[in-house]
Design a protein around this ligand. Structure first.
Ligand SMILES: *Cc1c(COP(=O)(O)O)cnc(C)c1O
Length: 351
């Protein structure tokens, strides 16, 4: 079977489980526990049959315009894709084409190395400090590009803009991508740095803070030049990436800012309460500014607690990886869901 030699072989990314059982508490993939805005549901119901019959707008103009208005940038600075996974994959293809390695943290979103492998991009993992921080000095070396999430995943650690600025300043000749999947839960976006740095690309998603993981909407904001290169690649790959339903629902979502702020506020309030309760149970964690907590227990191994929760139909995320194999990543659900989790943990730990 000689054709096997020519196969592009990859070890794919493994997403968190999407279990089908009923009555389970799902705290393993950082979805929003609340439904999207009622306006989003209305937008879906008013779609005409033509939306199905015709191709969608390949430029996704309505959604890009809504995002441009919301974030006060030009529409030419906005790129949208089918989830930020699609956006980042396109951005890797477009901007990471050097012989030099791209850089990202050793503990980070585990899709980055998969895309690097897929596109044959050399890469280096840069160790986070002992307390899971990014040291900008580590990014002052030759490289073909840089990407990191802020807040980082799965640690939840937020870096401030001065760190990001230091990385941007030291790397004017490569693209620096900041993956802001969790920025709405209390961080300050790097969008304000766009005026000063034309090598910056900021990526965000509707999947976490906007309660729309199932509709697959992600976007990037950068300089007009950068976005036009990104669009050239997208249009060379698949013109109609985003379906009409997602476009219409995405626009409605962006326009209901009060609802967005309300659900984000609820998640943040629950997170802060759960932090306190987890500490009382003997957990410690880096302070999280995302919609999850990355916690380790003083005596009981994370792998064991993962199984304990699973038996009670509570799904959290466990990564069997160096440095983090004694941590659980717990998404923030509703107050009721978190109370059930805390009860299960309390019963097991205190027995
Ligand atoms: C969830 C997540 C994404 C991708 O989300 P999409 O659903 O594809 O928009 C990207 N980066 C990080 C760090 C994430 O946690």
């Amino acid at each position: 079977m000689s054709w096997i030699n020519n196969v592009r072989k990859v070890v794919p990314y493994v997403p968190g489980e999407q279990p089908k059982a009923e009555n389970l508490i799902k705290l393993n993939t950082n979805e929003c526990p609340y439904p999207p805005s009622p306006r989003v549901m209305e937008a879906m119901q008013t779609l005409s049959a033509n939306c199905m019959r015709l191709y969608p707008d390949p430029a996704v103009s309505d959604l890009r315009q809504a995002l441009a208005d919301y974030y006060k940038v030009k529409v030419e600075q906005v790129f949208v894709g089918v989830g930020s996974d699609d956006v980042i994959a396109n951005a890797f293809m477009t901007f990471f084409n050097s012989e030099k390695p791209i850089l990202f943290p050793d503990i980070t979103y585990s899709f980055y190395d998969v895309w690097a492998e897929l596109f044959h991009i050399p890469y280096e993992r840069i160790a986070l400090t002992e307390d899971f921080r990014i040291d900008p000095k580590d990014y002052k070396r030759e490289n073909g590009g840089i990407i990191f999430p802020n807040p980082n995943a799965p640690t939840g650690v937020l870096e401030d803009l001065s760190m990001i600025e230091e990385v941007l300043e030291a790397n004017p000749d490569v693209v620096v991508m900041v993956d802001e999947a969790y920025i709405d839960f209390g961080g300050v976006s790097a969008l304000s740095l766009l005026e000063k740095y034309d090598n910056l690309l900021v990526v965000q998603t509707f999947s976490k803070s906007r309660a729309m993981a199932g509709m697959r909407i992600g976007f990037a904001i950068g300089s007009e030049t950068m976005i036009s290169y990104l669009n050239d690649v997208k249009f060379s790959f698949n013109s109609y990436t985003m379906n009409q339903t997602s476009i219409a629902m995405g626009v409605a979502c962006v326009k209901d800012d009060a609802y967005f702020k309300d659900i984000v506020g609820k998640v943040v309030a629950t997170r802060e309460r759960v932090k306190k309760e987890l500490r009382d149970l003997g957990f410690s964690f880096p302070d999280s500014m995302s919609n999850f907590i990355f916690a380790t227990h003083e005596t009981i191994p994370a792998a064991e607690l993962f199984e304990v929760c699973k038996k009670e139909n509570i799904f959290v995320r466990y990564f069997k990886k160096p440095r983090i194999d004694n941590y659980l990543r717990i998404s923030i659900g509703t107050d009721e869901e978190m109370d059930q989790l805390l009860q299960v943990l309390k019963t097991y730990i205190k027995q």
